[in-house]
Design a protein around this ligand. Structure first.
Ligand code: ADP
Length: 492
């Protein structure tokens, strides 16, 4: 009986993995061999005279090289943003500003395919994700905030919303274009100008966004895009003429930024790490819950700050859920991110893969039991098998620290109070998921979870109109929705 069952299962897995290749064409993606800094509406050679390579993490091939901005370059970008703010943008009627933001959204929609391919080539995420989620959601953010630009008196009744000035914006590599949209759209809608720095491993879609900005005829200097690594980011944070820092990235760098701006007048919103708990109760629709867990931790290689990287399963359904989870893991296709069938693409960089592999070692040393899907990984590029750990203790590092990879730490629980206590017991508080048939349980838990977003019977759902942000070491301030406007205005 057991053999027949496992044979059937094996057939199912093989047929999923033996789908014919269906790669998206690269011809839509025009990548220049070299990109300069986008300052004052033009691509300008860096004063540093330095460039660095950006590679495709799925093949390790060089895609392009981009400028490495030094402090003098950062200063040039900030001066351009300040001039544009004083001379043009803050004086422009809000409904005129809105037109530019709409135009950016429209052009992004028109060039969506090209952007999806570049996002996947530079970052390693499956084309399905960049095509169906990242790029359309980025365009939606521009549409959404364009709508607010001339309605700020309704967003803040009986108050006048004044822009802050120049916003320095620093973003990570997990959602390169979407994070740029999250940051730029509300800043422009509220009348601020921007200097944005994308992550050093994924600069290309931000630089292509600069092309859109040129095409949309945005006044020069309103948005400046500079590339570089941590030192460039630090120079932006420390520049005296920046009024606001918007940062998404690691908690460690978030803390450094807080130190750097302490005692200054700079405002900040920080969206940092997470260690989200997915909670499955015994009355939940289990197949749906398992699919949500898979989506929450594996579909984006776990490269999501709100990834559901912890799972708590009620004891009476623990074995069944683990079996279903393992079965589903076996059907996941890991490989070429450009292939439309791929579920799990490449890890963003060798450095990140090393971090993840180190956590796999730590998990085993801590006594947890590791299970990985039996898939083969491509020989080149940075890949990691979907991995779960059972027999995990709450104090284990794999249950407490953000791994940022396709690694899930699983524990069981008996009562509501126990699981609330466990789910809240990390330094983070960005997001959580609850799976149950009972509305009352959802209300009870969601009001007690210390997490900025709590999804019920779903996970990783986003909309430009809903705010996003964290508690505790996950940061402060909210992005998205009406709340996302607040971080860019002074109310008088
Ligand atoms: P991740 O772990 O997601 O790569 P990081 O916090 O290292 O997160 O990076 C997020 C962004 O912060 C990147 O654009 C990176 O270049 C930038 N960054 C790194 N170090 C600093 C720093 N000291 N000051 C400002 N920005 C930084």
């Amino acid at each position: 009986m057991a053999t027949r069952k496992s044979n059937t299962l094996k057939l199912k897995f093989d047929s999923a993995r033996n789908l014919s290749p269906a790669p998206e064409s690269k011809s839509a993606a025009k990548i220049e061999p070299r990109y300069d800094l986008f300052i004052n509406g033009k691509f300008e050679k860096p004063l540093s005279k330095k460039y660095f390579s950006t590679i495709n993490p799925a093949t390790e091939e060089k895609l392009s090289e981009v400028a490495d901005a030094n402090a003098a370059d950062v200063n040039k970008a900030v001066v351009a943003a300040r001039t544009a703010y004083d001379k043009v943008w803050k004086k422009m009627p809000a409904k005129e500003r809105a037109k530019y933001i709409y135009r950016i959204a429209r052009i992004m929609q028109e060039r969506a395919r090209e952007f999806a391919v570049v996002e996947t080539l530079d970052g390693g995420k499956p084309i399905r994700e960049s095509r169906d989620f990242d790029i359309p959601t980025a365009a939606n953010h521009f549409f959404y905030y364009a709508g607010w630009a001339d309605k700020l008196e309704y967003a803040f009744p009986n108050r006048t919303a004044k822009p802050l000035g120049v916003a320095g914006q620093i973003i990570p590599w997990n959602f390169p274009l979407l994070m740029a949209a999250w940051k730029i759209a509300p800043a422009l809608a509220t009348g601020n100008t921007v200097v944005l720095k994308p992550a050093e491993t994924t600069p290309l879609t931000a630089l292509k966004l600069a092309e859109i900005i040129q095409e949309a005829d945005l006044p020069p200097g309103v948005v400046n895009i500079i590339t570089g690594a941590g030192a460039t980011g630090a120079a932006l944070v420390n520049h005296p003429d920046i009024n606001k820092i918007a940062f998404t990235g690691s908690t460690a760098v978030g803390k450094m930024i807080q130190h750097a701006i302490a005692g200054t007048n700079k405002k900040a919103t920080l969206e940092l790490g997470g260690k989200a708990a997915n909670i499955i109760f015994d009355d939940a629709p289990l197949d749906q819950a398992v699919e949500g867990v898979i989506n929450g931790i594996f579909f984006n290689q776990g490269h999501v700050c709100c990834a559901g990287s912890r799972l708590y399963v009620q004891e009476s359904v623990f074995k069944e859920v683990i079996r279903k989870l393992k079965d589903r893991m076996e059907t996941l296709i890991v490989g070429d991110p450009l292939d439309k069938n791929t579920d799990i693409g490449a890890i963003n960089s060798r450095q990140q893969l090393d971090i993840i592999n180190n956590y796999l070692k730590i998990g085993k040393q801590e006594g947890a039991e590791m299970y990985q899907s039996s898939c083969n990984l491509p020989r080149k590029g940075f890949f990691c098998k979907p991995t779960i750990f059972t027999n995990v203790a709450q104090s284990n590092r794999i249950a407490q620290e953000e791994i940022f990879g396709p690694v899930l730490a699983i524990q069981s629980f008996r009562t509501d109070d126990e699981v609330i206590e466990k789910a809240n017991n990390t330094p983070f508080g960005l997001s959580a998921g609850i799976w149950t048939d009972k509305g009352s349980k959802i209300f009870n838990l969601s009001s007690k979870m210390r997490a900025g977003v709590v999804w019920a019977n779903s996970f990783n759902k986003f909309d430009p109109s809903s705010p996003f942000g964290g508690y505790k070491e996950s940061g402060y301030g909210r992005e998205g929705g009406l709340h996302g406007l607040s971080g860019y205005v002074n109310l008088v």
